[in-house]
Design a binder for this molecule. Structure first.
Ligand code: FO1
Length: 301
């Protein structure tokens, strides 16, 4: 078994390749939930949904969020009625948010809800939220702190940000399932997701860092130079006090990583890193990187 730490962009592209080269029951993914948000009374967990839809074979791989061939009738009607849905929510996607919101209101743990949803979609892999309690990434702007999704979607990432924080009522604790999965794994792979908004929230859940300490860990850089392969990682790294790039990424994961994979084009030198083509522009590239990561895991486990 291999456990992957994932956000909603980058790592799912690696998982697309992993599905093809591993026994799917041997794949476990601990997913960031710090971008979760309630919208129109329903609960969106974007990163869980992207990973779940990928494994279910229904992910829209043009956008890497939402379902393929979804319709937007409810979103359009709600918007016409004056509801401020700043995320474009598909009808089938919304059904998942409705089901999740309802189960949360009924007191179910997010871990169990995710298990139920994955079963309904025939997912063979294990998908686990990092924690069962609410934690939210917020960024400081000229107008004060706003939800990450407000910054990234409503403001299109176009406003200045000065600080990144995670807010919560109770400090997030890794679930027993997440810790048991890591303990049962041969290795952990930190995928090429945003270090600040995807990976650090997972590493900050109590218990995760200790669990990783004695495990072989392979991490894939999400940067080529100071440009992230996808998403808003650059501005967020700066706002969080890290240099955008592979060195800043390694610093974020301080001391946890045994093998660090950098893109062949990355001009930055990280000591003891290994190089590969990490630009997963199609399934073939995802499979090639997945095979390389498996080879690297074999050298350290
Ligand atoms: N990203 C967008 O850029 N625009 C959207 O309208 C949008 C809607 C959306 C709805 C459901 C969902 O699960 C994700 C959605 N995303 C959208 C992606 C998402 O906001 C972020 O890219 C992820 O949170 C990054 O991890």
């Amino acid at each position: 078994m291999i456990t992957f730490l994932s956000g909603g962009t980058g790592t799912p592209k690696l998982l697309r390749g992993m599905q093809k080269v591993m026994d799917r029951h041997e794949i476990a993914v601990i997913v960031n939930t710090a971008e979760d948000i309630w919208i129109s009374g329903n609960h969106i967990s974007p990163d869980i949904d992207t990973v779940m839809y990928l494994f279910a074979g229904v992910l829209n791989t043009e956008t890497w969020w939402g379902m393929r061939n979804d319709t937007f009738t409810t979103h359009e009607e709600a918007t016409m009625l004056g509801i401020d849905e700043f995320l474009t929510i598909g009808d089938r996607d919304r059904a998942v948010h409705i089901a999740r919101g309802e189960m949360l209101r009924n007191g179910m743990r997010l871990t169990n809800i995710t298990k139920v949803l994955c079963e309904r979609y025939g997912v063979r892999e294990t998908v686990l939220p990092m924690t069962d309690t609410e934690v939210t990434t917020q960024v400081k702007t000229d107008l004060g702190f706003i939800h990450f999704q407000e910054y990234w979607i409503r403001a299109k990432g176009q406003i200045a940000i000065f600080e990144v924080i995670r807010s919560f009522r109770e400090p997030p604790v890794a679930t027993a399932e997440a810790l048991a999965t890591i303990a049962a794994s041969d290795a952990v792979v930190i995928g090429p997701s945003n270090p600040i908004t995807s990976i650090l929230p997972i590493l900050s859940c109590a218990g995760i860092r200790e669990a990783l300490q004695n495990k072989p860990v392979v991490a894939v850089s999400p940067f080529i130079g100071d440009a992230p392969i996808s998403g808003p990682a650059g501005a967020l790294m700066k706002a969080a006090g890290y240099a955008p790039g592979s060195i800043g990424t390694v610093n974020c994961y301080n001391g946890l990583v045994d093998i660090f994979v950098q893109d062949i084009r990355d001009p930055v030198e990280v000591s003891q890193s290994t190089r590969f083509d990490t630009l997963m522009i199609d399934e073939e590239k995802s499979i090639a990187l997945a095979q390389e990561v498996l080879r690297l895991v074999d050298t350290i486990r």
